[in-house]
Ligand binder design. Structure first.
Ligand code: BMA
Length: 324
């Protein structure tokens, strides 16, 4: 099959070549985790976080649970995408709307660059979990926008360009607890305020994704369709296990699934993925890509405690999609 990533060159993408003894399509950064749980003085854990190229370097929005275990999002900056300076204070959401939508909690951010602006989507506490949105140009000043949906919802990921003139966003309707179900839907908006034309994209399936699934990073445009990394959850006798895989969605109507292999790409196996505040969690929230080489670096939360980095390429994923 083979496919080509449509996007920018990123010469300074964080990168390690595939080890010669690696049998999988995704391989981990050897010095994982890249962000330790106590990387800032106030953090119990830093995981499920989003990163984007920014002004020739990198910026990000990080999920930091603090020492009283409140969940919040913090901005951070990096020269190389690996070593991060994360603000000790949470992001201040301004612009006026914060009086209408007072802060309760924030977690699992994704960051999407569209038409020159960075939009953050996260799970926002508003009488239960729903999807919060804000925008920034500099990762210093953040303007709060309307929540996209009613509670309960999680795992939102905007598409990185308008499709047929509209913003599209994936999300995962849920409940107010540790949701034992969940499928991915796609919603449309003319203005990032009013959302409708909700379409079912895909349901949980067998094995590693038998309990629930949720969109991971912002979808990546390729000549064969949108490349979506997504997490899937298996309910074992010892609790949930979060792994991730990938699917290809139609470019014009992304609620149509073109390819969806049944194998996972990465399953919690390393000690920092299997042991932590929530064991056995690999939860991807961001990628950075170098289109000419097809290189993809994936940022993922490990055991709800630390942040890891792993790698793949368009060539590897083409093989993965052929195996399905
Ligand atoms: C989900 C979210 C994620 C978390 C996962 C595993 O419901 O809370 O933030 O990584 O559970 O605990």
């Amino acid at each position: 099959m083979g496919f080509k990533i449509l996007g920018n060159e990123l010469k300074n993408i964080p990168w390690e070549d595939k080890p010669s003894d690696c049998k999988r399509h995704v391989w981990r950064y050897q010095a994982n985790p890249i962000i330790k749980r106590d990387a800032i003085p106030t953090s119990n854990s830093i995981f499920n976080s989003a990163v984007v190229p920014f002004q020739g370097k990198f910026a990000g929005v990080f999920r930091c649970d603090n020492l009283s275990r409140e969940m919040n999002i913090h901005a951070g900056f990096s020269d190389d995408g690996i070593n991060w300076n994360i603000d000790h204070e949470p992001i201040h959401l301004g612009g006026g709307l914060e009086k209408e939508i007072p802060f309760q909690y924030a977690y699992d951010p994704r960051v999407c660059f569209i038409d020159g602006t960075y939009y953050v989507q996260w799970c926002n506490g508003y009488h239960g979990p729903t999807i919060g949105l804000c925008k920034t140009d500099d990762f210093k000043t953040f303007t709060l926008l309307e929540n996209a949906f009613l509670p309960f919802n999680r795992n939102a990921a905007l598409f990185p360009r308008k499709i047929n003139g509209k913003y599209l966003m994936l999300s995962r309707p849920s409940d107010g607890g540790h949701t034992a179900f969940g499928d991915i839907f796609c919603s449309e908006s003319p203005d990032l305020v009013y959302w409708g034309r909700h379409r079912h994209v895909m349901s949980r399936a067998g094995g590693w994704m038998s309990t629930k699934i949720g969109a991971g990073p912002i979808p990546i445009e390729t000549d064969q369709g949108w490349l979506l990394f997504y997490h899937g959850v298996l309910n074992s006798c010892n609790g949930f296990v979060y792994a991730f895989g990938a699917a290809l969605l139609d470019l014009d109507e992304p609620w149509k699934v073109l390819k969806r292999p049944s194998n996972y790409l990465l399953q919690p196996s390393e000690i920092y993925e299997c042991v932590g505040d929530v064991p056995n969690v690999a939860f991807p929230c961001a990628t950075v890509i170098d289109a000419p080489t097809g290189r993809i670096a994936i940022y993922y939360g490990c055991a709800d405690t630390v942040t890891g980095l792993c790698f793949t390429t368009a060539e590897e994923l083409a093989k993965y999609f052929e195996e399905s």
